[in-house]
Write a protein that binds this ligand. Structure first.
Ligand code: ARG
Length: 470
């Protein structure tokens, strides 16, 4: 017998489409088009979807009540056996859908063969994927919430600990460590809500869509959607089997969250350097060098930063996969799951690693505070002092800048190193109260607007974020 794709397959591995194509692809070609290696993680979702479909077929009189009950019971048994290890997934099957149907048919004969009425693997894979995500994404959101919680605990503890804030990686204005960590949390909280939005849009049940054009059988789509916990059945069946924008959205959610983590990790890598020396990572969250005995490297932070690249790549993979695909289902779509699963897995592990690393890190608070003194971080506050005394801001900015130049010329490192007379020579508006206004704690405390770094305001932000992730 002629074989198109290499060695012949074992005779007993019968495919679902053997009626039309008795000649099967060769082993290598068959493995190439199979997806069991990836979609076996959908096994319990596939069983759940099949149970709901079978029960509906029985209720609608499309198959006998007896057959529906038999299928339901056998599917439960199969699930239990898979969980206990009594039954293993046959990795030579084409995909998880054919594996489950094969087991069922092997055990029940014709009753098993009745299950696929009014159904296609196209709507089956769409429902499995969505059911899986409806479980996995809330778990991921819980990981996010826990991560935010750890950061907020640290932020609360350090709400009043002064540190430099940076723009262009140059010291800019004094802020607090609590404020910096709360900024991270504000970004992660948006990710937390972004995932929820994406979930609400994918909450439609594709079953009943068939291959693309629904079914002439009297299926009850509402009942199936409800049984599976979906908000509603899919609106348009062709869309239901062709759409993967739910995967795109979630892939994007993952990539965005990873980009956030990557930026935080870049901060951590900088802070852990001798030059900054703001953070002491725990030994258990550091690695050494094979050659340089003194090294203590922030590998976890670096790896999280690196893995953000993978999730960005996965998003581009999906976008590229979908671009130009003719409606409705195309086998290209089989590539969707590997990419999204990888992003979900990557984000999950990165959240866990980042959380542990940050929970156990020690901050070098003295060093952070000292870094606020000597880089003229108080210059903006000096200008605002003059504005409060009635000077237009542009003039105040210029005077503060001239004073900074005076200091540099005189080898002084802070505006408060200037004498009252020297300051008054630049502006008569300077009084003795300027010195108090320029100390970093006072600068931070004065910036108490909503969203600002004043410790009281940071504590309010922390409370608000805690409420949002609850
Ligand atoms: N393994 C396929 C996927 O992941 C399932 C759907 C197959 N449908 C088909 N008509 N070949 O997309």
């Amino acid at each position: 017998m002629r074989r198109s794709g290499g060695d012949s397959l074992k005779k007993e591995t019968k495919v679902l489409w053997a009626g039309r194509l008795p000649e099967k692809p060769g082993a290598e070609a068959f493995a190439f088009q199979a997806s069991i290696g990836v979609d076996s993680r959908l096994v319990f979702d596939d069983i759940t979807g099949s149970k709901a479909h079978a029960a509906m077929l029985g209720r609608q009189g499309i198959i006998s009540k007896d057959a529906a009950a038999k299928i339901g019971r056998e599917l439960d048994r199969v699930a239990a056996e898979l969980k206990s290890g009594k039954l293993a997934i046959d990795t030579s099957a084409e995909d998880i859908h054919s594996f489950i149907e094969g087991v069922l048919t092997g055990r029940l004969g014709d009753a098993g063969r009745m299950l696929h009425a009014g159904r296609s693997r196209n709507d089956q894979v769409a429902v499995d994927f969505r059911l899986y995500l409806k479980r996995a994404v809330p778990e991921l959101r819980a990981e996010l919430a826990e991560t935010i919680g750890v950061l907020l605990d640290r932020a609360e503890k350090h709400a009043a600990c002064i540190m430099p804030g940076y723009t262009h990686l140059q010291r800019a204005q004094p802020v607090t460590l609590g404020y910096h960590l709360t900024a991270w949390c504000a970004a992660l909280e948006r990710d937390f809500s972004r995932f929820a939005c994406a979930l609400s849009r994918l909450d439609e049940c594709p079953l009943g869509s068939g291959a693309l054009a629904g079914s002439g059988l009297p299926l009850d789509r509402n009942v199936v959607a409800e049984a599976l916990g979906f908000a509603r059945p899919g609106f348009n069946s062709m869309d239901s089997v062709a759409d993967r924008d739910f995967a795109l959205e979630l892939s994007s959610c993952c990539a965005i969250t990873m980009v956030h983590l990557s930026r935080f990790c870049e901060d951590v890598v900088l802070w852990a350097s001798e030059e900054f020396n703001f953070i002491e990572l725990a030994e258990a969250w550091s690695t050494g060098s094979s050659i340089m005995p003194q090294k203590k490297n922030p590998d976890f932070a670096e790896l999280i930063r690196g893995k953000a690249g993978r999730t960005a790549g996965n998003l581009v993979t999906l976008l590229t996969l979908l671009k130009g695909l003719p409606y409705a289902y195309d086998k290209d779509l089989q590539e969707d799951k590997e990419s999204l699963f990888d992003s979900l897995d990557t984000l999950r592990s990165c959240l866990r690693m980042f959380r542990g690393m940050m929970r156990d890190a020690q901050f070098n608070l003295k060093r952070m505070k000292d870094a606020c003194s000597g880089g003229f971080l108080e210059a903006t506050d000096a200008a605002e002092y003059l504005v409060r005394k009635g000077l237009p801001f542009r003039k105040a900015h210029e005077i503060a800048a001239l004073i900074v130049r005076d200091c540099i010329e005189a080898g002084q490192r802070r505006i408060s190193d200037r004498s009252p007379a020297e300051l008054k020579a630049r502006s008569k508006l300077f009084g003795d109260d300027i010195y108090k206004a320029l100390n970093p704690e006072a600068c931070v405390k004065a910036r108490s607007l909503p969203g600002g770094p004043a410790p009281k305001e940071v504590r309010r932000q922390i409370r608000a974020l805690r409420k949002k992730i609850r």
